[in-house]
Ligand binder design. Structure first.
Ligand SMILES: Cc1cc2nc3c(=O)[nH]c(=O)nc-3n(C[C@H](O)[C@H](O)[C@H](O)COP(=O)(O)OP(=O)(O)OC[C@H]3O[C@@H](n4cnc5c(N)ncnc54)[C@H](O)[C@@H]3O)c2cc1C
Length: 383
């Protein structure tokens, strides 16, 4: 049976566009299909990421993409806070970021189609069929980068999904912020049980105010949070209100099969403790695109060949996600009192490393010398 493309990537988000870049760069005929009318950040997102994202994705942090540097401020339940100025974190314009990536995909030779939702994917021998309102495209490998409610996963019978945390955001205008370069993260059972609330400034008077909670209604908690912050948010108006799940349960057990790969939110490539997905999903997209291209070129698009993407992703990203998940599992059961105690012993460097699952052994060694809650956290991470 003739084919139209070697690789079709479904979804032009932070995972899908890099997948298309890499597949096309490797010399296979690639199509990137997006349901939205524009390649854009339609799903809500804090739009904060590190400089490492640009480095790993191979694009310049141009002024129209990077808005400003932010200093994450973590606020413990008792109000004690510390600023994490060791992390190179930036507030970005995610739409411009995705469009810059799309430019690269186009330059590499990928075809891009917008306003074309994929409605089903099926397999016929070693040919994959991707159905849209415009007809059926035939290809060798489909990369499902179509988000948490992936139609590719559903069509391929993949039922497993990474555990979600429901989130809700308000974009608020006329906020009063002490310093627009500080991005606030609030912890505690009163504020956001098993999650956190945030205020991410977009400019000096506009900020995204959001929350992720488990075991409660996120919108109710967000409204309560806004009321609690009358000084900063009392005069502000909501100019955008959206919600979406963030997969924080780690990578699903088998994000691939004969003729397909799942990547990004569809597969759970998100840092569990922070919910940051742009960087890990971007790298996952590159790895998936490369693996798909290699499979096509070798003439073997079986699940054995496509499963190699997970092996390639394992070091360091798979490991980082698992460590971050372990830390999250420990922290989610702590009382506010224990969280306050932890805030007394952790330093900003520890927090960045634990949250991102990076270089945790040094942190663990230090914490094992501190009796009590820090010792228990260290044990949980290395267990
Ligand atoms: C409230 C919130 C705040 C967040 N804040 C941050 C943050 O500050 N920093 C960070 O790094 N991460 C953050 N994240 C996580 C991050 O947004 C995601 O992990 C990341 O966007 C995942 O990328 P993705 O490409 O896998 O999926 P998505 O971003 O969901 O993109 C999927 C794409 O596929 C398209 N699509 C879906 N179905 C179809 C179809 N049938 N046919 C064609 N196209 C389709 C969609 O339109 C979309 O363009 C946040 C998430 C939420 C919900």
């Amino acid at each position: 049976m003739s084919i139209d493309y070697d690789v079709i990537v479904v979804g032009a988000g932070p995972a899908g566009v890099p997948a298309a870049i890499k597949a096309a760069e490797k010399g296979v005929k690639t199509l990137l299909i997006e349901r939205n009318e524009t390649i854009m950040a339609k799903k809500p997102c804090g739009e904060a990421t590190s400089m490492g994202t640009f480095k790993d994705l191979g694009i310049d942090p141009k002024p129209y993409i990077v808005l400003h540097k932010v200093i994450p401020r973590v606020v413990a339940p008792n109000g004690k806070y510390f600023d994490i100025d060791v992390a190179e974190t930036y507030s970005i314009n995610k739409t411009m970021y995705l469009q810059e990536l799309a430019l690269k995909a186009a330059e590499m030779g990928a075809h891009i189609r917008v306003r074309e939702p994929v409605t089903a994917v099926s397999r016929d021998g070693d040919v994959m069929k991707v159905k849209t309102k415009n007809g059926v495209y035939r290809c060798r490998v489909v990369i499902g980068a179509d988000g948490y409610h992936s139609i590719v996963a559903k069509s391929m019978g993949v039922r497993e999904r990474s555990e979600p945390i429901p989130t809700v955001i308000y974009l608020m205008a006329n906020v009063r912020l002490e310093d627009p370069d500080i991005a606030y993260f609030y912890l505690g059972s009163e504020v956001a049980p098993k999650g956190y609330a945030w205020i991410f400034p977009k400019s000096d008077k506009v900020a995204e105010v959001g929350i992720g909670v488990r075991g409660g209604n996120a919108k109710d908690y967000l409204d309560k949070f806004v009321k609690m912050h009358r000084d900063e948010l009392g005069d502000a108006q909501v100019i955008d209100y959206r919600g979406a799940p963030v997969p924080i349960g780690g990578l699903i057990s088998k994000p691939y099969g004969d003729g397909y790969i799942l990547v990004g939110d569809a597969a759970g490539t998100v840092m569990p403790l922070t919910g940051a997905g742009m960087h890990p999903s971007g790298v996952a997209g590159l790895v998936a695109g490369e693996t798909a291209a290699e499979a096509v070129l070798s003439g073997d698009t079986s699940e054995r060949a496509l499963g190699r993407w997970v092996e390639k992703y394992e070091d360091p990203w798979g490991k980082k996600i698992r460590r971050s998940l372990k830390a999250m599992r420990f922290l989610e059961n702590l009382s506010d009192d224990d969280l306050n105690k932890l805030a007394d012993v952790l330093n900003p460097d520890d927090i960045v490393k634990i949250a991102n699952g990076e270089d945790v052994l040094g942190v663990v060694r230090r914490l094992l010398k501190v009796p009590g809650i820090a010792y228990r956290l260290a044990k949980a991470i290395v267990s």
